[in-house]
Design a protein around this ligand. Structure first.
Ligand SMILES: NC(=O)C1=CN([C@@H]2O[C@H](COP(=O)(O)OP(=O)(O)OC[C@H]3O[C@@H](n4cnc5c(N)ncnc54)[C@H](OP(=O)(O)O)[C@@H]3O)[C@@H](O)[C@H]2O)C=CC1
Ligand SMILES: O=C(O)[C@H](O)CS(=O)(=O)O
Length: 485
């Protein structure tokens, strides 16, 4: 039976999803969602708060036992149906995602496939949540360790990947036998609600997956305060992650925190300069620079510096900026005016401190939330763009002399999420990769994100890992049985 193809409007749900019911806020209040490319309203979602969140937590707590009692294979079959449905409706889901977030349609299609891959991956991983039998400490004892689901999970996700950041949590949570209450970003809630509709169609039981939309502080406060919620999984800024960590302390919750980044990109004299420029474009301008693993500062060795800057600037000047729905657009609008202001402030600060605009440098002629892809040279430590996450299409380049200096500058940050190094010297690959204070290192590649590898950071970039076989552990508890004979 072929799956009918629907327009994106088919998935545009303007109600929240609690206990298997589509519902409005108790107050009747709504939040507007706008298309960042046009500023036009796309739709509204309920502006919910603590009361609705409490009902969602209660529904998750009621539903989790029967879900956990099903076999891992049974849960995997439901997740596989969700995976199949996501891919069957990839185009409609991608258009909905581009309309609420702004990224080019090709990237949105890629995100839907990436999001679905987490569901497929963890459907299978859930079947391998092996326990263990341990040689006993006494002849009359037997030791067995079980893996059991954490229970009710509170999830809070950002606007930059409105589908993948959800399934990166939903996949392992449901595969492990947990139930979830999700608060998506208010700027991009429709992808989350579309996932809820597909989960319902795939056979995820009522209450196992709930989506509450509305005020972040009220919903987040309710999730972190409720002792029934045993885990918080958050992706977003370090500032908010810190708040959630504090609020979770009173009930000692498990935490998965995927937070801010400040990725360094090191290019050594012996690098393939064309490959390095390809990697720089991929790592810096994906999603308009609005990913936590985007390069935030470039360090280029003196011998290759001028060639790298010239080649990169030529490529950046050719990037096509526009509405993500238009064919061929490579850089869409930023999420909102505040994001544009931040990029402009980083450019202004760097230029005031001596940096040179090689290409771009300001707001785009299209106006609104568009910013011209920009390359700055002559960047030096102390400029804001080397210390703060720009989260926009701005490449700032620092020239360096020797390896030790480059590594020291790269590590001079409170963050440690992603990092990148281009060199063809195998000894340098190992020295630098081992020395970089980051959770992830791209070697001669600017694209590192995949469901099969452990994604996460060190220092103030977060706690835990998502994806890979490690990602399931964050949703499981180890129970030790000591059997007296
Ligand atoms: N490490 C990673 O994988 C990722 C990290 N990030 C980081 O997130 C930042 C950009 O994303 P952005 O969405 O602006 O980040 P925010 O941290 O502002 O928001 C992320 C989510 O947290 C919610 N939120 C905000 N304040 C609170 C609160 N007090 N209590 C509970 N929830 C709250 C938001 O809700 P609402 O939308 O309603 O405000 C949103 O759903 C960057 O720093 C980026 O590096 C982003 C993506 C991935
Ligand atoms: O930056 C993020 O929000 C995601 O982690 C992006 S990705 O690198 O996983 O695609």
């Amino acid at each position: 039976m072929t799956t009918p193809s629907f327009p994106y409007t088919h998935f545009l749900r303007q109600q929240a999803y609690i206990a298997g019911q589509w519902c409005d806020a108790d107050s009747g209040r709504t939040l507007s969602v706008t298309d960042p490319a046009t500023g036009q309203m796309l739709g509204t979602v309920p502006d919910m708060g603590a009361a609705e969140t409490a009902r969602a937590v209660a529904a998750a707590d009621a539903a989790r036992h029967a879900w956990a009692a099903r076999t891992a294979g049974d849960r995997a079959r439901v997740l596989r149906r969700l995976y199949d449905l996501m891919l069957a409706h990839q185009d409609a889901l991608a258009e909905l995602l581009t309309r609420e977030q702004g990224k080019p349609l090709a990237e949105a299609r890629g995100e839907i496939a990436y999001a679905a891959a987490f569901i497929e991956w963890f459907a299978e991983e859930g079947k391998r949540a092996y326990g263990e039998v341990i040689p006993p400490h006494a002849a009359n004892r037997r030791i067995v360790c079980l893996k059991q689901p954490v229970g009710v999970v509170g999830a809070i996700t950002p606007w930059n990947f409105p589908a993948a950041m959800i399934t990166r949590k939903l996949g392992p949570a449901l595969a492990a036998g947990c139930a979830m209450v999700l608060k998506p970003a208010s700027q991009t809630p429709f992808s989350a609600l579309a996932l809820a509709a597909l989960a319902e169609e795939a056979g995820v039981p009522p209450g196992v997956f709930n989506v509450v939309t509305g005020g972040a502080r009220a919903i987040g406060g309710a999730l972190t305060a409720d002792p029934v919620v045993r885990k918080i999984s958050f992706t977003g800024s370090t500032e908010v992650g810190r708040t959630l960590m504090r609020q979770s302390a009173d009930t000692i919750k498990r935490l998965s925190l995927e937070l801010g980044g400040n990725a360094p990109f090191l290019v050594f004299d012996d690098a393939d300069v064309d490959a390095a420029v390809d990697g720089a474009i991929a790592s810096k301008f994906r999603n308009g620079g609005q990913t936590c693993v985007c390069t935030n500062r470039f360090y280029v060795q003196a011998g290759i510096h001028d060639r790298f800057v010239d080649k990169l600037a030529r490529r950046v000047a050719e990037l096509r900026v526009g509405n993500g729905l238009e064919p061929g657009v490579e850089v869409g609008p930023l999420i909102d005016a505040a994001a544009v202001d931040k990029v402009a402030e980083h450019v202004g600060d760097a230029v005031a401190k001596g940096a040179r605009v090689v290409v771009g440098g300001g707001r785009h002629a299209l106006g609104g939330s568009y910013f011209t892809p920009t390359v700055l040279s002559g960047v030096t430590p102390g400029m804001r763009l080397t210390e703060e996450e720009t989260f926009g299409p701005l490449a700032g380049i620092v020239r360096f002399q020797d390896e030790a200096d480059a590594v020291a500058q790269a590590n001079d940050s409170a963050y440690g999420l992603a990092s990148y190094v281009y060199t063809r010297d195998i000894g340098r690959v190992w020295r630098v990769a081992e020395a970089l204070e980051a959770g992830m290192v791209g070697v001669n590649t600017g694209l590192i994100s995949t469901e099969v590898a452990p994604f996460g950071g060190v220092k103030q970039s977060g706690l835990g890992r998502e994806g890979s076989r490690h990602g399931l552990d964050d949703y499981l508890e180890v129970k030790y049985l000591c059997l007296g004979l």
